[in-house]
Design a protein around this ligand. Structure first.
Ligand SMILES: N[C@@H](CCC(=O)N[C@@H](CS)C(=O)NCC(=O)O)C(=O)O
Length: 324
């Protein structure tokens, strides 16, 4: 695993030495927006109008951030309009690869590239930074629209409504204040919290991450004891953003990332809520536990040097969720 520096691939793991053993997620570089008519969005350039068949999504089925985008593509009826390529679950010295020797890894459907970094270099031959999924690619301008999942899901939520006729709104105006509040805490302590615990290379950094993580799970359990969804009666992006971490919690984060004060299945409301979301139409098809299990345990050899993939709990995701 590595990153691009002025268009050149450098194989190096995250630098936690300069930060006292702490994993710091870097900010995202490509921040354009697809909009209904191509006017510029909240950041970046204009020129990216919604259109059927124009955009392509690069994902890993293991990655919780890419998973958000895949879920929004499914629940917003975009599957026939936005095509997808799936990387191989192993993320090794060359970063994400388009090898196809794993079920569900499609290769690069657009260019037949070998590595995801080749896609970044097509967009900018001098690109610098981490080569991450998801990537939303524009086939017309031959460039990256965005590699920020939080923004890709908002584009998917509304920009293509004219095309699909699907007006379901997971980011309703009236709930935005509460959505932002929940997202901020969930991002820092849960979505990214599990990574901060798992990638910590000092006891102090681990403690700093793992305690707030479980404080937040207690807080979320309390919210879901009183409410159907995180903001109340309405299912919003705040739920989906938590879901992709929740569904990975017992299979991966509990053991591999040492997030083991409790299993998620010990929280009755969070557990029922996770299964309810899993069972919503189109969602189960976006969850691939083989990619998830393989990616984390095989790629992170500094955490799991023998690359043994654990047996894992047997979970019946289709069991009635009881959240009625
Ligand atoms: N801010 C990005 C983060 C995406 C991200 O970190 N993805 C991980 C996979 S789970 C990745 O591709 N990591 C490769 C790397 O850091 O080199 C987003 O949410 O879209």
């Amino acid at each position: 695993m590595g990153q691009l520096v002025d268009g050149v691939w450098k194989d190096e793991w995250y630098d936690t030495e300069s930060t006292g053993g702490r994993f710091k997620r870097t900010t995202t570089a490509w921040r354009n927006w697809v909009t209904p008519d191509g006017t510029a969005g909240e950041s970046g350039e204009g020129g990216f109008a919604a259109g059927s068949g124009r955009y392509h999504l690069y994902v890993s089925l293991a990655c919780p951030w890419a998973h958000r985008a895949l879920i929004f593509r499914a629940i917003k009826g975009l599957e026939d309009h936005i095509s997808v390529s799936v990387v191989h679950p192993d993320m090794l010295k060359e970063g994400w690869e388009f090898r196809t020797d794993f079920p569900g890894a499609t290769g690069d459907e657009l260019f037949g590239a070998a590595y995801l970094r080749d896609i970044y270099l097509r967009a900018d031959p001098d690109a610098s930074g981490r080569v991450t999924v998801p990537v939303l690619w524009d086939k017309q301008q031959n460039t990256i629209v965005s590699n920020e999942s939080a923004e890709i899901i908002r584009m998917f939520n509304s920009a293509f409504n004219g095309l699909t006729g699907n007006a379901d709104d997971y980011y309703p105006e009236a709930l935005r204040g509460r959505i932002h509040e929940i997202n901020d805490r969930v991002y820092d302590t849960v979505n990214n919290g599990v990574y901060k615990a798992g990638f910590a290379t000092s006891q102090e950094a681990y403690d700093e991450a793992v305690r707030p993580l479980f404080d937040s799970l207690d807080w979320l359990e309390g919210i879901l004891a009183e409410n159907r969804y995180l903001t109340g009666e309405t299912l919003t992006e705040a739920d989906w953003r938590l879901f992709t971490t929740a569904v990975r919690f017992d299979p991966v984060y509990h053991t591999h990332f040492k997030c083991n004060r409790a299993w998620l299945r010990e929280y009755p409301n969070l557990w029922g809520w996770t299964r309810e979301l899993y069972q919503m139409p189109g969602v189960a098809g976006t969850v691939d536990f083989d990619h998830i299990g393989r990616h984390y345990h095989y790629s992170h050899d500094m955490i799991n040097p023998h690359r043994i993939i654990p047996i894992n709990p047997q979970i019946d995701w289709d069991e009635p969720h009881g959240r009625g």
